[in-house]
Design a protein around this ligand. Structure first.
Ligand code: AKG
Length: 223
């Protein structure tokens, strides 16, 4: 459970695979950020991608000019808070710069298939704020990535928990972080609508209907 629910973690806990911070932002902050990014997204059409595409039925944009796109102070403060959290908890060991935020608008019938993010530009973490719809992110071991990084952590994790894939439940307003082995040695994908998340005994299994989803993704630049 400590992999998926940071509320239970001590403040100095640094997960080595992945973590989900539930209720990272308020409804008001989420709505504010959605309306700011939708100003850019509205001008675009959903793209279908090719038959073997990682992502299908989506729109995307990068916030190169974040200051002019993110107009409300509420959204600005939220983005700053995400970066602060990531820097303090996940990147405090190094100097780095941020890549522009990447925004993905996934149609309710869209797909995000298994992939490991390219290591050409992006650094040690991939983190995303999930807005509007819940979803399940599945992490599956992938040794075909460009780098053999974090393999020891992955093997340790698998030996400890006895499974070779991990599902993360991403409710709206949560922030997920893929780090170390989770970033380099597992592929990530969103499961189709109607998939079941097997959570802890208290909550029981949750059937997750995925609807229109917007995510704002944060990446540190490669060293
Ligand atoms: C990526 O940017 O590599 C993703 O897979 C994004 C996932 C998401 O929309 O949260």
């Amino acid at each position: 459970p400590e992999l998926v629910d940071a509320r239970l973690a001590p403040s100095n806990f640094v997960p080595s695979l992945a973590v989900v911070y539930r209720d990272f932002c308020t409804e008001e902050e989420a709505q504010s950020l959605v309306s700011d990014v939708q100003v850019c997204l509205k001008r675009r059409r959903y793209e279908m991608g090719h038959w073997d595409s990682v992502i299908v039925n989506y729109k995307e944009t990068e916030l190169h000019d974040e200051e002019s796109i993110i107009s409300s102070d509420i959204s600005k403060n939220l983005l700053d808070r995400v970066r602060y959290q990531l820097q303090e908890r996940h990147l405090s060991h190094k100097d780095f710069t941020w890549l522009p935020c990447h925004v993905i608008d996934l149609h309710k019938d869209g797909e995000l298939n298994a992939h490991v993010d390219s290591v050409r530009f992006s650094g040690d973490i991939v983190a995303g704020l999930s807005l509007l719809s819940p979803s399940i992110m599945r992490l599956v071991p992938d040794d075909d990535g460009d780098v053999k990084h974090g393999l020891v952590e992955r093997k340790k994790h698998e030996a400890a928990v006895g499974v070779n894939w991990v599902d993360l439940y991403l409710p709206p307003r949560s922030l997920y972080v893929l780090a170390d082995a989770g970033r380099y040695h597992y592929s990530h994908q969103l499961l189709p609508s109607g998939s079941v998340f097997c959570s802890n005994e208290e909550e029981g299994p949750i059937t997750v209907q995925r609807d229109h989803r917007i995510s704002v993704i944060f990446r540190d630049a490669k060293d």
